[in-house]
Design a protein around this ligand. Structure first.
Ligand code: GDP
Length: 300
């Protein structure tokens, strides 16, 4: 939690503090309620969640009267934790221990942190004693394979790659093949995220998935989403969700934004849990997402 607190930008704290200030005041008038809803909107919770949270706070305050600072904090914490949701399965569906490698496809728009997240996840799994194969199927972005290779070398994972411009599905196929041959525990496939046209993306990701499924089951499709892109990122996320069944979200760059509310917005939009969060560029800056720790960090 302390690490999370340290890593979330100071501005996220400002969000928590201004809500606490408004809610802990001795009088809460209509302007205050508008300010509370605006604060939630500005943190990218989305209109639906901002309204619901405000309504719930309003009802609780109406029923129990205004509260002191500690009471306001407890109330806000409860309502925000409920909004984030504690009933979703946030485990990465990997490593079923049934004698085959788990396959994780990592998808998302270029620049969101796909390759970095794939590398960090490999590191976590290797540190856990797993044999990991990385597939550099982002053959569109020239530097992506080199970048993944660096992550793989550092983590102690095998990297399967091919020449730039090669068929991503072929690389994905080879990576899974390698995983099976070497009896690996997990194969993580970094895909290309060109959002040129929806059909182009659909063709490419669809093909990658089909080709992988010739040899193994896809256990997890992780969508990488950049928290700093706010509502734009949300639109892009829904395009991916239309193309492939997303099973979890890795929300990156939470260290660089005041808009942590995107956690709630994206879960509501896709009906898929945020499972991992990126808290920096460093190798250890990937953490499992825990709603209560997250809200505590927001509230400072
Ligand atoms: P890709 O094109 O989606 O594969 O994106 P990259 O993995 O190359 O990442 C793009 C940039 O975002 C790089 O400079 C990364 O270091 C940076 N990045 C990725 N994740 C995080 C994060 O959680 N926090 C911060 N601050 N930067 C990140």
């Amino acid at each position: 939690l302390n690490r999370l607190r340290g890593r979330l930008s100071r501005s996220q704290n400002v969000f928590g503090q201004s809500l606490l200030g408004l809610l802990g005041a001795s009088t809460i008038d209509e302007d205050s309620w508008t300010d509370i809803e605006d604060t939630l909107l500005m943190a990218d919770l989305g209109a639906g969640a901002a309204m619901e949270i405000t309504d719930r706070l309003r009802k609780e305050i109406a029923a129990h009267g205004t509260t002191d600072a500690a009471g306001a904090r407890a109330l806000l914490r409860r309502v925000l934790v409920d909004a984030v949701g504690t009933d979703m399965d946030r485990s990465v569906r990997a490593l079923p221990h049934d004698g085959r490698p788990s396959v994780i496809l990592v998808v998302g728009v270029n620049g969101t942190g796909k390759t970095t997240t794939t590398g960090k996840l490999a590191r976590v799994l290797v540190a856990d004693g797993r044999d990991v194969v990385l597939g550099a199927a982002d053959t569109f972005r020239a530097a992506a394979a080199d970048q993944l290779q660096t992550w793989g070398d550092r983590a102690g994972a095998t990297v399967v790659r091919s020449a730039a411009g090669a068929d991503p599905a072929a690389v994905a196929f080879d990576a899974v093949k390698k995983g099976i041959e070497t009896n690996a525990d997990a194969v993580l496939i970094d895909t290309a995220g060109r959002l040129h046209t929806k059909t182009g993306l659909m063709d490419e990701l669809g093909k990658v998935k089909r080709v992988v499924e010739k040899q193994a089951k896809v256990d997890e499709v992780l969508l990488v989403l950049d928290a700093t892109t706010g509502q734009n990122g949300l639109v892009q996320a829904t395009v991916f969700a239309d193309v492939v069944d997303i099973t979890g979200i890795a929300l990156t760059k939470l260290d660089g934004t005041a808009k942590g509310g995107i956690v709630v917005a994206v879960q509501r939009a896709l009906n898929v849990p945020v499972k991992l969060v990126g808290l920096g560029e460093g190798p250890d800056d990937l953490a499992p997402f825990e709603p209560e720790a997250f809200v505590d960090a927001l509230l400072g």
